[in-house]
Ligand binder design. Structure first.
Ligand SMILES: Nc1ncnc2c1ncn2[C@@H]1O[C@H](COP(=O)(O)OP(=O)(O)OP(=O)(O)O)[C@@H](O)[C@H]1O
Length: 263
């Protein structure tokens, strides 16, 4: 049962509409058990829930790193679940992904990592030769400046700290000029101060670009601080969908189970 519903302005076409989404990695063992989400707002939407409840699976279905078992994911007027080949490539380049462990190419420089965000827009040959346009190079430097890493542009990615790497990961995702950002536990490997800075950065880009950012996050207080909307998942289903202010201890008990951890 969904305990609260986010207000949806039906006159605004959703950025993303997920209907009846199911995912089973092995036949008969549903991990996602019928997910319905309509994202009409820009800014951060936080997805919370216990380990193993399917949060990463949900994001991986949206960017089609994995194939959903059933349901629809309507994005840019197309069903991502049905997209194949060139069509899928076009849709995926509009979905910027930020990973917990950054997923940078460690041996490449910081600026080269940011530029890889453009690969989906280039011909295979140009991508293979890493032949980026001057405009892309300018944009990459602007983004590096925006994330505060200009002086690190020519350093190898593996020489950066975790927080700096995540900034590169975000700049790379924004380099795609995405219509939505997905972030899978982007702060879990970071200290609390750096985690806040990363959330600030995601929020800033989401607002500037007027796009939503779906963020899987374990830290409920961080989620409440930055998200306009919180989606609480439990056992592969949505059990809360509403404003951070509306979350009560009862909701948290329903999402995470038990109560001994609540202080
Ligand atoms: N590739 C896979 N093959 C089989 N089962 C998988 C695969 N990936 C995830 N699972 C299972 O799906 C369930 C949901 O995993 P998922 O990573 O989506 O959860 P999560 O809510 O993101 O957890 P966490 O917060 O710990 O990252 C888990 O039981 C997990 O073992």
């Amino acid at each position: 049962m969904i305990m609260t519903s986010a207000q949806v302005n039906i006159e605004t076409a959703p950025f993303l509409e997920i209907k009846g989404l199911e995912k089973a990695y092995t036949p008969g063992n549903l991990i996602l058990k019928g997910i319905d989400i309509s994202i009409v707002e820009s800014g951060i939407v936080a997805i919370i829930g216990p380990s193993g409840t399917g949060k990463s699976t949900l994001l991986r279905c949206i960017n089609r790193l994995i194939d959903p078992t059933a349901g629809q994911i309507i994005f840019d007027n197309m069903d991502l679940c049905k997209a194949r080949g060139q069509q899928l490539r076009k849709l995926r380049r509009q979905v910027g992904m930020v990973f917990q462990e950054y997923n940078l190419v460690e041996r490449l420089t910081v600026i080269e990592n940011v530029l890889t965000g453009r690969l989906g827009y280039m011909s295979s040959l140009a991508a293979w030769r890493r032949k980026f346009s001057q405009q892309d190079i300018n944009t990459a430097f602007e983004l590096l400046d925006a994330v505060g890493l200009t002086e690190h542009a020519k350093k190898r990615a593996d020489s950066l700290s975790g927080g700096q790497r995540q900034r590169v990961g975000i700049a790379r995702a924004v380099m795609q000029n995405p219509r939505i950002l997905l972030a899978d536990e982007p702060t879990s490997s970071l200290d609390p101060k750096t985690a806040v800075e990363i959330m600030e950065l995601l929020e800033r880009f989401a607002q500037q670009k007027n796009i939503p950012a779906l963020v899987n996050i374990h830290d409920v207080s961080l989620a409440s601080r930055f998200a306009k909307r919180i989606i609480g998942m439990s056992d592969g289903k949505i059990v809360y969908d509403g404003s951070p202010d509306g979350i009560t201890d009862d909701h948290l008990k329903q999402i995470y189970g038990g109560e001994s951890w609540l202080v």
